[in-house]
Design a protein around this ligand. Sequence first.
Ligand SMILES: CC(C)(COP(=O)(O)OP(=O)(O)OC[C@H]1O[C@@H](n2cnc3c(N)ncnc32)[C@H](O)[C@@H]1OP(=O)(O)O)[C@@H](O)C(=O)NCCC(=O)NCCS
Length: 340
Amino acid sequence: MPIGITALGTYVPTRVLTNKELEGMFDTSDEWIVSRTGIRERHLAAEDEFASDMGVRAVNDLSARYPGVLEGVDMVVCATSSPDALFPSTAAIIAGQVGLNGAGALDVLVACSGFMYALSVAQGMVLAKTATKVLVLGAEALSKILDWTDRTTCILFGDGAGAAIVEEVPEGYGFQSFVLGADSTGGPSLYKFAVADHIPGVPVGTGAMLGMNGREVFKFAVRVLGDSGEKAMNKAGLSGSDIDWMVPHQANVRIIESACGRFGVPLEKTVINLDRYGNTSTASVPLALREALDDGRVKDGDQLLLVAFGGGLSWGASAMKWYGGAGRKVAVQEQELVVK
Ligand SMILES: CC(C)(COP(=O)(O)OP(=O)(O)OC[C@H]1O[C@@H](n2cnc3c(N)ncnc32)[C@H](O)[C@@H]1OP(=O)(O)O)[C@@H](O)C(=O)NCCC(=O)NCCS
């Protein structure tokens, strides 16, 4: 029984923070940020807008694109690096606000790899018949956990959310492989305290806000993006030439460029939108994929490779055949409406 994504919605807050504006906040330049990262601007949540709010708005977009899509959802899985609270889960808060009270709800906390892990959790639940239709979210209010005086980290991130439906798909579509992993030796390279006010290996007095060793994360990211992507392809019996579109975590264009060489997927077949959103952690893969669907790059039956990495340090990759059937149905309905 193949399982896959059948619907995808997204949301980004309206407020845009440009590199030029950052120049007025601390010693940096548009030229430095673009040349080191590829990022030009990012969207920031309003003061009273949190991960759950953005998740709800991504679900609203999902419902607008695929009317009636929430019917039958019996599980909500939310990946987030910036949850509203330790508990209740952000998933439970979102479920309650989109009319899914009573469905199971859990958060997945694997930093920027979280969306890939959440897709795999959803697939497993459907295969085990624990659930039949899972709403999977990546929702982030990262701007709330950034140190806005740390020019090396705060320039990188942005806010946003994605919402996907994972359920049975027709034969020949859906997830073909997952590769998930973590290496705690890199834990001190990317961190944020929760209950304990220390993390082994992290300098005392840091960690209240997101902390990072950029160079270490860069080296790790280039390695695992290539390695996990290659493993996901091998597991599915594929090679780089089979991939129609790679959708990587949108952290840094230089990381993506370096990794592309490692698994033989050319840059022209890679979806990149980090210039306008920065690194939105768990929301980055759905935001990039939705954009590629909207502009017609990704089509029904395309061979995709999704790859992410993040705190943990962690990684997650999946090969999948895109199922565009649900979207087609909506398009046909719209055409019929126009005809009438
Ligand atoms: C953060 C990152 C862009 C920094 O780029 P880098 O080339 O490694 O830069 P460095 O940290 O070595 O700093 C180089 C210089 O630029 C300076 N610098 C740092 N941030 C700056 C900024 N925003 N503007 C201007 N100069 C800056 C540093 O102070 C340093 O100056 P110095 O040489 O006088 O000490 C890069 O390491 C990176 O992208 N790493 C991966 C981070 C990531 O993706 N994290 C999320 C993973 S999910």
